[in-house]
Design a protein around this ligand. Structure first.
Ligand SMILES: NC(=O)c1ccc[n+]([C@@H]2O[C@H](COP(=O)([O-])OP(=O)(O)OC[C@H]3O[C@@H](n4cnc5c(N)ncnc54)[C@H](OP(=O)(O)O)[C@@H]3O)[C@@H](O)[C@H]2O)c1
Length: 225
């Protein structure tokens, strides 16, 4: 019988995070899911998740995460929370957009990491951070979503650097592909179900050679990022 895993999903109210929680619960695993709003709390509780309230862009909220997870050992943790802004490099980012994107996609991840990685290391588990192919400096086709690209490139570095401080855990960034969610939109080629099946299978198959790297949902390893 497959082992029942303890899985944390940070940012599970909708999209990829909700589907990660749904598929993990359907496979019999224990899921601790974080949300910002009560409506999402009810949806996740109905699916069987344990639900925590967390706003990753609010330092007062995220600084209490370790306390909320006291005593846990996590086989998997997923940092999924993210926001995007679309303007290209012809437009300077506003302070408000810069703060929203960088606080959610980078600062929140860097504040969650030292609180969660020790719990992942205790289980010899994997901490995966949702990044994007748009983070890859070696292949940049345009400057659309300039700020978002920058935030995900920073996230890749934060995770690759942090890997050295948590040798007992495997830290990776992972690109879900272009996915039909509120962020990805209806023209995206991948359903959220297919993307998440790929994300879960890729994370289930990580090895020590993947530590600190950017992976893709279909199992490809990024050669450069
Ligand atoms: N969809 C794609 O094509 C695609 C491609 C590459 C990478 N990604 C990445 O994959 C991740 C998930 O994307 P998605 O497509 O599922 O996006 P989505 O449908 O827009 O969902 C975003 C999720 O992030 C949560 N979130 C945003 N700000 C938060 C905050 N301050 N605190 C806590 N949670 C917060 C949202 O919660 P609320 O409901 O409370 O707002 C929601 O659960 C993101 O990191 C994204 O950058 C997506």
């Amino acid at each position: 019988m497959p082992k029942k895993l303890s899985i944390l999903v940070i940012g599970a109210s909708r999209g990829i995070g909700l589907e990660l929680a749904r598929q993990s619960l359907a496979d019999g695993h224990r899921v601790i899911a974080t949300v910002r709003h009560d409506a999402a709390r009810e949806t996740l509780q109905a699916l069987g998740a344990e639900v925590l309230t967390l706003d990753v862009a609010n330092p007062a909220s995220i600084s209490g995460l370790a306390w909320q997870l006291d005593g846990e050992k996590l086989d998997q943790a997923w940092y999924v929370a993210g926001v995007i802004r679309r303007p290209d490099a012809l437009t300077p980012p506003t302070q408000q957009d810069f703060d929203a994107v960088m606080h959610t996609n980078v600062l929140g991840a860097m504040q969650a990491l030292p609180q969660v990685a020790p719990l992942v290391a205790d289980a010899g588990g994997v901490f995966a951070f949702l990044s994007s192919s748009m983070s890859q400096i070696a292949s940049v086709p345009g400057s659309d979503a300039w700020l978002y690209r920058t935030s995900k490139a920073a996230l890749n570095m934060a995770v690759a650097a942090a890997q050295h401080s948590y040798p007992g855990a495997t830290l990776v960034t992972i690109d879900p592909g272009w996915v039909q969610t509120d962020m990805g939109g209806g023209s995206a080629p991948l359903t959220v179900q297919d993307s998440v099946r790929g994300l879960r299978s890729t994370v289930a198959g990580v090895t020590d050679a993947d530590k600190g790297r950017l992976l893709h949902h279909d199992g490809r390893r990024a050669a450069h990022w």
